[in-house]
Design a protein. Structure first.
Lengths: 249, 368
């Protein structure tokens, strides 16, 4: 049996997002720009960052994702996420350790509708012809600075994104419970580039990803897409193997 | 239709000092029995770093041991990874020739390029290049075997003229195959006169189309070797039991475990955006079929698990597609105890195999 996560879930719950309702309406986010960098990470943290429901990927990975959304029900925003690559049973997933957003209103909505652990910060995504730059600044510190260098066009169908899991508290049958909230974002990609990822700054603790060290650049892409955050469909009990503990909403 | 057994050599956690040792020797016991029972092939994969899923990084050594313990069964390297960071083509040619000599001419050499980032990344190989290097390797390896001295100045490697030694026992050389996982590789196989090993399409109907394409194109191929290896093989699971319900239940445990382990790995498609890898990882077709339900709610009609009658029906469907060879995965992560694996092989050989032996099994094309 593959390795399971060992994260102490209880320690994360006190300030985890609370979803009082799960029947949230989908969000249509046309014209989004998505920077996605994939790194292999130090194996010392591959289990400690994941709850017991999930398996680390082989090799262990993290996704650094910065999305600029020009139009949303909460107005424009830029969202940056760190995700740990994982498997829920046999399914490819990314567990969000934390996210930062430049719009307090969008941050609040993303937190309460979809379970993202979003904090306000200055988040910037800057596409140029020779590179795409992204930066997250928190209280004057750069907690993420990265680039996609020398982007070159590739096929739209060559880019794949995995579904996201957010650790949150949800109200089920009148009780507050810890759950991994699955967000199956849908991407209609209009244009995609691939380039060389470069990471200049990453402060793991700020992302609540203690011990996460991106060791080896795997790939980087930048796409323009119409993005949909759909109605929530699945929850997973973080303390039991996902193949036994996935619930339909 | 011919039958083979196919080894990934998966080792479940928790690992101890005996885990791999036990698995290798139990697998060799299965090979010996398969040889006695009349199976045509034993294949072993080449994989690297694939925790639990496959601990078979030196298939030519496993197959050498298999050849030394058997008399008739052909030994197939399925496959040698044709990526220069992983294998130099001279070393592939040399090692294959030695295995062919030691096995008295029983080698079939499969070729391929690896489907996971777990492997390609581990060797710092560029996924965009692997199809190109594979194409270069399959054109030079037969020449290394057949020409007394060989030199090359190509895309991925160069060498002054040297005698690549030893030469294989089979003349002009052992049959060549390519692993077919990505859509369109069956066309690559046919155009080069290579056997198509382990097509991973979804359903039997999809498979029929691929076989028609392969058989049509290979008639006009330009073979990379000295002869055309017009054979098409598929990979399936096998668990055969007197009781259908027990056979299906255990077989589904086997297929489910295999799928679960394969899913933990990082496919190249998932990790690295490239047109070069359109399919999702390892044996996606057989895995999808194993997970699919048949019309009756049981296992898919293409998966060879159950009692002899059911397994026969499944294989009759495969035979009707025009397939030449079915290779069976017998176990995954030791899910099925060794005694049951051996019993399943015996029952299959007794009750199922004779129904498909209308002609005496022919030696592979090109065999000495």
């Amino acid at each position: 049996m593959p390795l399971f996560g060992t994260l102490d879930v209880k320690s994360r719950l006190a300030d985890a997002p609370l979803l009082e309702r799960l029947d949230t309406e989908p969000w249509e986010l046309p014209g989004a720009e998505v920077l996605h960098l994939l790194y292999e990470i130090d194996d010392a943290a591959m289990q400690t960052l994941l709850p017991p429901a999930l398996h680390p990927t082989i090799p262990p990975t993290c996704h650094l994702v910065v999305t600029r959304v020009p139009e949303s029900p909460a107005g424009p925003f830029v969202l940056a996420q760190t995700r740990v690559g994982c498997r829920a049973g046999a399914f490819q997933r990314g567990l969000v350790t934390r996210a930062f957003c430049d719009s307090p209103r969008a941050a609040s909505e993303l937190r309460h509708r979809f379970g993202f652990d979003v904090r306000p910060a200055r988040v910037r995504l800057t596409p140029r012809y020779d590179r795409v730059e992204a930066e997250v600044a928190l209280d004057g510190r750069r907690v993420l600075a990265c680039e996609l260098v020398d982007p070159l066009a590739i096929g739209q169908q060559d880019v794949r994104y995995v579904d996201v899991l957010n650790l949150a508290r949800v109200v089920r049958e009148g009780e507050e419970r810890a759950r991994l909230v699955q967000v199956d974002a849908v991407y209609a990609i209009h244009r995609a580039d691939r380039g060389r990822p470069m990471l200049h700054a990453f402060e793991a603790d700020a992302w609540r990803a203690e011990g996460l060290i991106p060791r080896w650049a795997v790939s980087g892409s930048f796409s323009r897409a119409d993005l949909t955050l759909p109605r929530l469909r699945f929850l997973v009990d973080p303390l039991r193997p996902a193949f036994q503990a996935t619930e339909r909403v | 239709m011919k039958f083979g057994i196919f080894f990934e050599l998966s080792v479940p956690r928790p690992w101890d000092d005996e885990s791999e040792h036990r698995l290798y020797h139990e697998s060799l016991e299965q090979v010996r029995l398969a040889d006695e029972l009349g199976f045509d092939y034993v294949w072993a994969v080449e994989h690297h770093f694939l925790e639990e899923y496959s601990h078979c990084s030196a298939p030519e050594l496993f197959l050498t041991a298999a050849a030394m313990q058997t008399r008739r069964i052909r030994v197939g390297q399925g496959i040698a990874v044709c990526v220069p960071q992983i294998n130099h083509p001279i070393r592939i040619a040399e090692r294959a020739a030695v295995l062919d000599l030691l096995s008295h001419g029983r080698l079939d050499l499969g070729t391929g390029r690896s489907g996971t980032w777990t492997e390609l990344g581990g060797f710092d190989a560029d996924p965009d290049e692997t199809k190109k290097t594979w194409d270069e390797f399959v054109r030079v390896i037969p020449r290394m075997w057949m020409e007394e001295r060989f030199g090359h100045d190509g895309r991925s490697f160069r060498m002054p003229v040297r005698a690549v030694l030893p030469k294989p026992y089979q003349k002009p050389h052992p049959p060549l195959w390519v692993a077919v996982t990505s859509p369109g590789t069956e066309v690559d196989a046919a155009e080069r006169g290579l056997g198509a090993l382990g097509l991973s399409t979804g359903s039997l109907r999809e498979y029929e189309g691929k076989i028609r394409t392969y058989k049509r194109l290979i008639r006009d191929c330009e073979p990379v070797g000295a002869f055309v290896n017009d054979q098409i093989a598929t990979v399936n699971f096998l668990f055969c039991h007197e009781d259908e319900a027990e056979g299906v239940k255990t077989g589904q445990r086997l297929t489910g475990t295999f799928n679960y382990l394969a899913s933990q790995l990082l496919s190249t498609r998932e990790a690295f955006p490239t047109r070069s890898y359109p399919s999702l990882g390892l044996l996606p077709g057989p895995r999808a079929e194993a997970a699919r339900r048949g019309d009756d709610g049981g296992p898919a009609e293409s998966i060879a698990i159950g009692d002899p009658a059911r397994v026969t029906r499944v294989l009759e469907r495969w035979e009707s597609t025009g397939i030449d060879l079915v290779n069976f995965l017998l176990n995954a992560a030791e899910t099925v105890p060794q005694a049951q694996v051996l019993a399943s092989l015996r029952l299959f050989a007794k009750e199922v195999m004779p129904r498909f032996r209308r002609e005496a099994p022919s030696a592979a094309a090109g065999a000495r």
